[in-house]
Design a protein around this ligand. Structure first.
Ligand code: AMP
Ligand code: ZN
Ligand code: FE
Ligand code: FE
Length: 294
């Protein structure tokens, strides 16, 4: 066990991160090496709509000394807007409703990315081949970040963030939605797969507006376990609002960095989850998937 996790010291726990298995830029091994450098004791791997990185976790944990919470950031859609739900300690097998929904979302993401590139290509020098060149390994989780990277390489925009605000925004002419289950179905599917569901960044100030309170309440009715209150896209008043919502509904409160490697400014460990919350997450999961400790 590392010095940082000795008895008496506070565990540093980050419950949200991505690798190049979805739209981050590091491998699983690099992610955990960087987590050690950032002084983390525990990190959840939560790639979008895939468990493809999970098999690499035991080795990454052994090499880094940082414990891993196997997870997913599941895509949902409500009223044409994206709702993300962290699914922690779920059953990763392919015969669950959750796995079927994620397979549909991944397939739809590919069609959607092709269509967006067609639309963009009418105005900017970027092709489908330019986009697939930005996809690391053999991931099937293609997103706007990969299109953004192709736009950067083509010199259309200076960086990913500019691509998101200028070319790829939902209100722009090139945006195409992709299939994702309703957030209520996603919450139920996560529970059915024995996992713990946490609505991710529900009040992102960088989005068009906050998730409607009514939707959050319906998600609680459907079995939502928690809210990710501590996230860089929440200002202080949103964090307070979400903590109060969690207190009223007896929900878990988590924090996470939403690290995407060099693809976003988010730094590992910039938001953390309390150790007793992780204990409750572990106690609640019924899937057999456990936290992987060094
Ligand atoms: P998509 O799922 O393909 O619609 O793309 C959304 C993904 O892009 C999410 O994972 C976000 O983390 C990422 N993203 C959103 N805004 C930005 C941004 N400004 N810069 C970089 N990545 C972003
Ligand atoms: Zn992402
Ligand atoms: Fe997200
Ligand atoms: Fe994320």
């Amino acid at each position: 066990m590392s010095e940082r996790s000795d008895f008496g010291s506070t565990q540093r726990i980050d419950l949200h991160s991505h690798t190049s298995w979805s739209d981050g830029t590091t491998s699983v091994g690099e992610l955990f090496a960087q987590a050690r450098t950032a002084g983390l004791d525990v990190l959840a791997l939560t790639d979008h709509d895939t468990v493809a990185g999970w098999p690499e976790l035991p080795r990454a944990v052994a090499a880094s000394g940082v414990a891993a919470v196997p997870g997913i950031e599941v895509s949902g859609e409500h009223d044409s807007r994206s709702v993300h739900i962290l699914a922690l300690l779920v059953d990763p097998s392919e015969d669950t409703e959750l796995a079927a929904e994620m397979a549909s979302a991944r397939a739809s993401r590919i069609e959607r990315a092709r269509r967006m590139v067609e639309l963009i290509a009418a105005d900017h020098p970027v092709s489908w081949e330019d986009v697939t060149a930005q996809v690391a390994g053999d991931t099937t989780v293609i997103g706007r970040p990969h299109i953004a990277d192709a736009l950067v390489v083509a010199g259309v925009v200076p960086d990913r963030s500019a691509a998101f605000t200028e070319v790829l925004k939902p209100s722009g002419p090139y945006y195409v939605p992709y299939y994702a289950p309703s957030p209520l179905d996603a919450v139920r599917a996560i529970r059915e797969a024995g996992g713990v569901s946490i609505v991710a960044h529900p009040g992102s100030v960088t989005r068009d507006d906050d998730l409607p309170l009514g939707l959050l309440e319906a998600m609680v009715e459907a079995g939502l376990d928690g809210v990710e209150a501590d996230h860089r896209e929440h200002d202080a008043s949103e964090v307070a609002r979400l903590r109060e919502f969690a207190r009223r509904h007896d929900l878990l409160v988590t924090g996470g960095s939403d690290f995407h490697g060099t693809g976003k400014p988010n730094r590992l460990g910039e938001n953390l989850t309390a150790p007793e919350v992780l204990e409750r997450i572990e106690a609640r999961a019924t899937s057999g998937t456990r936290v992987i400790r060094p």
